[in-house]
Ligand binder design. Sequence first.
Ligand code: ADP
Ligand code: ZN
Ligand code: ZN
Length: 714
Amino acid sequence: MAHWLSVLVHTPAHAVLGPVLTYQSEQALPAGALVRVPLGARETLGVVWNSDTAEATGEFDPQKIRAVAGALEGIAPLSTAWQQLVTFAAQYYQRSVGEVALAALPPQLRELNPVQMARRLKRKKTADADTAGGTASAPPVLTPEQADVVSRIESHAGPFLLFGATGSGKTEVYLHCVQTLLAADPDAQALVMVPEINLTPQLEERFKARFVSLYGEHAVVSLHSGMTNPQRLKSWLAAHSGAARIVLGTRMAVFASLPKLRLIVVDEEHDPSYKSGEGARYSARDLAVYRGKLDGAKVLLGSATPSLESWHQSRPAAEGGRYLRLHMPSRVGENSRLPLVRRVDMNHQPRRAVFSLPLIDAIKERVARGEQCMVFLNRRGYAPVLACDDCGWKSQCAHCSAFRVFHKIDRTLRCHHCGFTERVPRACPDCGNPDIAPFGRGTEQLEEHLAELLADVKRADSVSPENPDGLPLRIARIDADSTRLKGALEEQLAAVHSGDVDVLVGTQMIAKGHDFRRITLVAAVNPDGALFSSDFRAPERLFSLLMQAAGRSGREAALGAQAEVWIQTFQPAHPLYAALKAHDYPSFAAQQLKEREQAALPPFSAQALVRAETRNQEAAQAFLNLARTGALNDMAQWEGWSEVLEQITLYPAVPMTIQRIANIERAQMLVESPSRTALQQFLSGWHNVLHAVRSQPECKGLIRWAIDVDPLAI
Ligand code: ADP
Ligand code: ZN
Ligand code: ZN
């Protein structure tokens, strides 16, 4: 007797349900089973989604329904919780389930033929045979702060937000919780996520040192996009079969198949890398919290500078908080002093100076002592905001608490929040100065400039610092450009670690996670741009980057006493810098959240962004504006939808900050609601409008459009 199966295949369609295809099979296959199915002329991987579809009801014509080509032997069906996770992610982020489900599986599952796959599974079995052994690195005795946090994690359900200073021993808490879990439950699995591939080797080393001797070589596996496809398949299979007890990975790992998942750790939970920038634009952090509920796993988010979203969620339960906040304020060990933060008032420096004299002197002094310095550039690709150097005027929006973005192409200032647009004024509206320019200019050639300023400095011999080796000091630059080649970043980092580099210049890349033990001075040269950015999250990013950069400084106990962070600023009294100087994230967060609440910005509202790409800007904006009109006029007529629409604000379309890339024009439109539920409801219905509008003549040339739910930059 034939069984009718509905099967998900890879469909990059927008439709939330997507085409779930029907096939027939001799064998009864459960939901979650992996199958090969014919699709057109080729064969593709599918996931059985619903196995009891219309069995023998006569709904389908057996002549027309194709048969599955075969099940993937030796691979157990994906769990119900996994299926629910994928379904939720597709719905929430407005993509098809087929796309999300198939993208969450390792590419080789799709590519290998049955013979190859059987060989791969066999190879895995023999490899699994080796067992635990060797010496474990003895875990340290927990500090009182760590012990307190651990006992709270054990006695509460979570989710938890572990707010702990850099070096407070958060990773040790993760290790401890994983160890307790694995010891108590012989099947349990843990998922530990980090934001960047570069951070996985460090973490892998620490986890392997702790767990390989207890559970064997294959107990700890990694999952990230830097791995080859065969490696990814191997890790995935190990996790799926339960052989791997610990999966370490980047955001993609949130979709790993872990049938016995009991603990999820999201380290550096504030990091924007957890948000995907393509396909389904999911937040792995947010999905981790959701997944915890589905799998019955505890969720532990950790950060020294939590995202304001998570911070807000972890307010006291009596005020509506849903996460339990745990605090570890002290650094572990002798080197417990936090670095000294100094503000250099650039108003008292020569006009247009990029480096202040005291900073240059301080760098010279350190280098002469054989210590290292890090110069941090704030070149995050913030949208350019215009400013007047003479009177301090900035291109603020007249209607919002936002700064308008300078669009070079048509010399306009546009608010990316409300859409308000004006031509760039000829001169400063306040003082008449004709020289108004994008904020933070003049930092492009910073590295060469610094080299000139330090030209006469000789480097110290790091072994006997009183004895300079007479060579000129060495400056290295680490940013997206200098690390494009594979292995370049590792090489450059190694040079810093070995002491070959005296001054490290770089963008936010260098502020993250890396353990530079001999750096005793970190300088932020031009951080003010983030205070006056069109992106309301810019101050939050800046604070977190500077705190992390500060955490990099003075990790070597012997040098720790002199660790300093220098901030060059025209706004020395700004509350952000005051909070930074006091190492006071809570007061910074309180102040930011108050502003967000007054301006009804996230987390006090929910946002989505629709982006459209076309050959010409008019068509992109026409598409978005027609979809807006469609929502306001047509959807309002739909039965029962007026209540939803009342809670939705649709702003006019604006060109994106980078308006044109490779001759493709880009525009965007912001959708806002005080209610996340209302926004979700609206988007699910609006899909039909967007699809219908697409074929209007005004939209001719539309290449693609996509919805970004909870966008990180507007
Ligand atoms: P974080 O993840 O918060 O930055 P880590 O867990 O990496 O902090 O800890 C910082 C340093 O302190 C590491 O070198 C770690 O080995 C050490 N450490 C952490 N906890 C302890 C402890 N209880 N006893 C001794 N050393 C510890
Ligand atoms: Zn002016
Ligand atoms: Zn505005």
